[in-house]
Design a protein. Structure first.
Length: 259
């Protein structure tokens, strides 16, 4: 009865063995990396949940840094600089699809709010919400109604307003209401044009009774850990399949040689 020898197989198929070993190590390494990403995302979700349950920060208390304020709730009292608002293009609906129109992509309205920090004027950029786009006129944006100049808002501090892929230099056009229409928000550049100091983050405004027509039904923040766990399982499975393929082909080749 033929007995399979793995040592003999390695000697006879050195190139195949080295290739298999490389792919198995690579797959296991990528699987381990995905598990580390999942663990990071889970810890981040715990951190976000703990911060959002704390008492809201006051935007006027100090010149906050991103590391101090990120994922905290924050209250800001100030004055909208309405003419300096910016529409961000190609933004998905907060829930994936607008239940009224079925539209999935549109605009986010980012607007600077002028606040006082120790009696000095500062800018904080606020994500006011989402609005559907017109598929017949790219730059057509809805008219924002009932927008008071002096407001108090509450929201969640985020590093930015989210980014979309942009090939080449960022160029802006003009929306139908005269505001800038861009792909991504560059807080530093836009704030410098206003000649005012700014807080280095975006405040995503919470859902409220404001009748401005913008959608602020933001989804609950998903850690995304399950996706990384699934990717890890795929990499481990590919590593196992690679090893089994090499092993089975080796057994078959030896059995043919031995008749």
């Amino acid at each position: 009865m033929m007995q399979y020898s793995i040592r003999q197989d390695i000697f006879q198929r050195k190139t195949a063995f080295i290739t298999m070993l490389f792919l198995v190590i690579l797959g296991i390494g990528l699987g381990n990396w995905q598990l580390r990403r999942a663990e990071y995302k889970e810890n981040l979700a715990i951190t976000i949940a703990s911060k959002t349950n704390l008492h809201p920060l006051s935007a006027s208390e100090k010149s906050w840094q991103l590391s101090e304020a990120i994922y905290h709730q924050m209250v800001a009292d100030g004055e909208w600089l309405i003419s300096e608002g910016v529409w961000l293009d190609n933004r998905p609906h907060p829930s994936g699809r607008d239940p009224k129109t079925g539209i999935t992509t549109g605009f986010n309205l980012l607007m600077p709010l002028k606040i006082k920090v120790h009696q000095q004027d500062f800018i904080i950029w606020v994500n006011r919400g989402w609005a559907p786009r017109s598929f017949t006129q790219r730059d057509l944006v809805p008219k924002i109604s009932d927008m008071s100049t002096r407001v108090q808002i509450k929201g969640l501090v985020l590093a930015d307003a989210g980014k979309t892929y942009n090939f080449g230099e960022e160029n802006f056009s003009t929306a139908s209401d005269g505001k800038r229409l861009v792909q991504n928000l560059n807080i530093e550049n836009l704030s410098k044009k206003l000649n005012l100091p700014y807080l280095p983050f975006v405040l995503r405004q919470d859902s409220s009774e404001d009748s401005d027509g913008l959608d602020r039904n933001w989804p609950a923040m998903d850690s995304g850990a399950s996706k990384h766990n699934a990717y890890a399982l795929q990499w481990y499975a590919l590593s196992l399949m690679t090893f089994l393929f090499w092993l089975i082909t080796g057994i078959r080749k030896q059995s043919k040689r031995l008749g």
